[in-house]
Design a protein around this ligand. Structure first.
Ligand code: SAH
Ligand code: SF4
Ligand code: F3S
Length: 441
């Protein structure tokens, strides 16, 4: 009998990477490998890396470094590194020079070639370092092994054209390429029929879906409209929206839809116009606020979440306070706040007036404290209301249900089943946790 082969994938970064790891897993499963939890049992370890902030790169380099010992104990172990970090030539070179235990390195544009690289390496044992500088064509035929439970990720587009001055993504992911409209519809139909409860559409800027396709009917609004027609019990989510491109039409489609989530992630990055301009975000805070007003007016139970960068070069205390006050005014249901991290090759990394770490820490902590307070206050408003919620987990005699906005509600002593939607009446808030009961009708 042939020896069973095991793989372990370590994923860093955003949902795009999580989904791409499902493609790597699909290719490995296709070759007869089985997933394992412990690196010690693995015959191949894949690091799918992120480059968004310095911390993300330092962490992954540390973890790749730690595989040196394993490789010594198990010389046949294959270590592969891919993703946004290796798409930068300087990083790929660093791995080549300083991490001799790594055998295969590739980038974001040639992910679908991974199976070929692995077969080639296994045959001739020659190290592979291969980076492409762009995606020629989307490969629709990569096997997929979904690992995200009741949620299925669906790419609608790749890359980004926006070049926010702080961001590495356009350099490591290339220009926007939209997937074929009908391919997306087909994939979502199949996922709904397989019973996935949530379907999350992925793109760096989903609102520009279709801009690269020569047909004016291929737009994000029309894609959402068409997807919403698919029959079934599921919720459709998407990320990420860019405020410069989110149209009133899309807000209307969400408001009138049956399946689209009312939780909208709308990254603001800063509450100050001078900083937004330096960031090349191409909207004003007045425009952003008008979008928030339109969302709240058209979708009465809308929840809004955001991303914020503090300590962008030259940001003053007053300018930071504009962001702080914006967070207070909007009443976000989730704030992902980051300290600005200079990325090599981006315009902001060369700007004068870089802010010291202490100030960045202080600002991020103040913002996160405020956001926690807001979310805590919001929790009370759930009590006494009914919500459609997805049952996600059994914990002893308790069942955990997740609301559209991501909040958990504990249902005690119930036989409801994970993976299904239920109507839940939230009846108390205790120690910051919501409790509810299932409504029978
Ligand atoms: N395409 C998405 C998100 C991209 S990255 C969008 O445009 O919203 C996710 C978040 O990381 C960004 O929204 C931003 O807040 C943060 N980010 C990006 N580059 C960063 C940097 N250099 N330093 C700190 N945070 C950064
Ligand atoms: Fe980065 Fe801006 Fe593109 Fe988002 S829209 S990926 S923040 S460049
Ligand atoms: Fe995502 Fe990190 Fe790349 S946030 S797109 S994995 S740089």
């Amino acid at each position: 009998m042939e020896k069973k082969l095991y793989y372990k994938i370590n994923t860093y970064g955003c949902q795009m990477n999580v989904h791409e790891s499902e493609k790597i897993a699909g290719m490995l499963e296709d070759m007869g490998y089985t997933s394992c939890d412990d690196e010690k049992d693995a015959d191949i370890i894949v690091f799918n890396t992120c480059a968004i902030r310095d911390g993300a790169e330092t962490k992954v380099l540390g973890n790749i470094g730690a595989t040196k010992k394993l490789k010594k104990l198990k010389p046949d172990l294959i270590i592969a590194v891919c993703g946004c970090m290796t798409q930068q030539k300087a990083r790929a070179d660093l791995i080549k020079e300083k991490y001799p235990q790594v055998s295969i390195v590739f980038g974001t544009h040639n992910l679908s070639e991974f199976q070929n690289y692995l077969l080639r390496y296994k045959k001739d044992k020659k190290k592979i370092f291969e980076l492409w500088d762009k995606t020629e064509q989307i490969n629709e035929h990569v096997p997929l092994y979904r690992t995200s439970g009741y949620n299925a990720w669906v790419n609608i587009m790749y890359g980004c054209n926006n070049f926010c001055t702080y961001c590495i993504v356009p350099y490591v992911r290339g220009r926007e390429i939209s997937r074929n409209f009908d391919d997306i519809i087909c994939e979502v139909k199949e996922l709904v029929s397989e019973g996935y409860a949530t379907i999350t559409l992925l793109g760096q800027n989903v609102n520009s879906y279709g801009n690269d396709i020569d047909d004016k009917n291929i737009t994000f609004a029309n894609l959402l409209k068409e997807l919403d027609k698919i029959e079934g019990d599921y919720v459709l989510k998407f990320m990420t929206s860019h405020p410069k491109d989110l149209s009133c039409e899309v807000i209307d489609v969400i408001a009138n839809s049956k399946h689209i989530s009312h939780t909208i992630h709308l990254p603001v990055q800063s509450g100050n116009n001078r900083i937004l301009k330096l960031m090349n975000r191409r909207y004003t805070i007045e425009h952003y606020k008008s979008l928030i007003d339109a969302i709240k007016q058209k979708i009465s139970d809308a929840k809004i979440t955001t991303d914020i960068i503090v300590g962008f070069p030259t940001e003053t205390e007053e300018e930071f306070m504009d962001t702080y006050n914006l967070v207070k005014d909007v009443g976000y249901s989730g704030v992902f706040a980051f300290m600005y991290s200079p990325r090599a090759g981006t315009p902001a990394s060369k700007m004068e007036g870089q802010i010291d770490d202490k100030t960045k820490h202080d600002r991020v902590n103040r913002l996160l404290k405020l956001s926690r307070q807001i979310i805590q206050n919001q929790s009370k408003t759930y009590v006494g209301n009914r919500y459609k919620a997805l049952c996600t987990e059994k914990k002893g005699t308790n069942t955990i249900c997740t609301l559209d906005c991501g909040k958990s509600v504990i249902v005690e002593n119930s036989d409801i089943k994970p993976g299904k939607f239920y109507n839940i009446l939230v009846n108390k808030l205790e120690k910051n946790m919501l409790y509810g009961t299932v409504c029978k009708d």
